[in-house]
Design a protein around this ligand. Structure first.
Ligand code: GLY
Length: 366
């Protein structure tokens, strides 16, 4: 088993990664279940994994109650937040109890937020069931719901007490969703770890085909990178955690244009966004063209989009830039961009002119 610690003083927590962990989850949960009934929040798509988790708890003498929500991004809503909070209160959750979030990013974000406000904060454990949630959203304590004003605009930082990752649960995920999650894996190489990018180039086919060792290595390496970044900048205030947003500003525009629907999965938007960020860096004269081409070639090789056309987006540049302006990172009229001086050399640039970004997108669309 691999264990990575997120070091945040008295809010530090372990991330345990092991193939076949879920059927043994009760062992890991023993320190937090305290023999009390546990609430599990999940969605309809995750029912097989819910059965595995509940069987493990039952065998350990721990009763559990499941709150099963509809799947999909729409579940990150005020209505579902209210529903989950009410159900947790009905179940008599105490502040020291640990609620289990079993699912992808939607469940993790919603349950984390509910747990940040129920009784002014109760504890929770993340058991992520998608690659994207395993390598990114389950770690670091960002929680949120979506509202009419936009995605993730209402939320809180609320760290989990533990993250339990079983790579075997990815066996039931579609190849497209695994690929989309992989975009967040390769992103760690692009940010500040050229050697990991090289590992990704060599091992992505095995990883995406379900090779057990490749999965564990990719997940453990990714969460270690995220743990290091979160420990250095928990609340995204000093520019370090912002590095995790590489590809997200361009990607956000693509996702928004697709109506945040299955037409453009988050990870697909991030992949295309990373390729665009590298090519925009070339346009700005700060990145070698061959680095941008190498990134795009890798994304294409694994079946991820490497730009507007591959992402199926043909909106006018003005429309895409307008989407970017609704990004919550917008500050004092400027939008900080993650640009790259090369592979593994990402930095935060606060001087990007959105008119120049529009001109770049026009050139990309030709
Ligand atoms: N997913 C970006 C972050 O956790 O900061």
């Amino acid at each position: 088993m691999k264990t990575v610690t997120v070091s945040l003083g008295d809010r530090s927590y372990p991330i345990h990664i092991e193939a076949g962990l879920l059927p043994r989850a009760a062992e890991f949960l023993a320190p937090v279940s305290r023999g009390r009934r546990m609430a599990i929040v999940t969605d309809e798509n995750v029912r097989p994994h819910l059965a595995t988790l509940q069987a493990s708890l039952t065998a350990a003498g721990v009763e559990s109650e499941a709150i099963v929500l509809p799947p999909g991004e729409k579940t990150k809503s005020w209505a579902m937040l209210e529903h989950v909070c009410h159900r947790l209160l009905e179940l008599g959750i105490e502040r020291s109890d640990h609620v289990i979030a079993l699912g992808g990013g939607v469940i993790g974000d919603l349950v984390g937020f509910a747990c940040s406000i129920v009784k002014r904060g109760c504890r929770f454990v993340q058991i992520p069931t998608t690659l994207l949630a395993q390598v990114d959203s389950s770690v670091g304590g960002k929680t949120a719901i979506n509202t009419a004003a936009g995605k993730n605009l209402i939320g809180a930082f609320h760290q989990p007490a533990m993250v339990l990752i079983d790579p075997d649960v990815l066996d039931t995920l579609s190849a497209r969703h695994v690929r989309a999650g992989y975009a967040e894996v390769v992103k760690y190489g692009l940010i500040d770890d050229f050697a990991f990018f090289e590992w990704c180039e060599a091992n992505a086919p095995a990883l995406l085909a379900g090779d057990a060792d490749a999965r564990v290595h990719a997940i453990a390496h990714s969460v270690a990178a995220k743990a290091r970044i979160v420990a250095a900048d928990e609340h995204e205030t000093n520019g370090i955690r912002a590095l995790l947003n590489l590809g997200h500003t361009f990607g956000h525009a693509l996702e928004a244009e697709a109506g945040f629907s299955d037409r453009q999965l988050h990870g697909e938007g991030v992949a295309a966004g990373c390729a665009l960020a590298f090519r925009y860096s070339v346009r700005k004269g700060i990145c070698e063209r061959q680095d941008a081409e190498r990134v795009a070639a890798h994304l294409r090789a694994v079946g991820l989009p490497d730009g507007l056309a591959a992402a199926g987006i043909d909106a006018p540049s003005a429309t895409l830039v307008e989407h970017m302006k609704h990004d919550k990172k917008m500050a004092a009229g400027t939008l900080p961009f993650l640009l790259a001086k090369g592979i593994g050399r990402t930095y935060l640039d606060k001087t990007v002119d959105l008119a120049d970004v529009a001109a770049f997108l026009d050139a990309e669309a030709r």
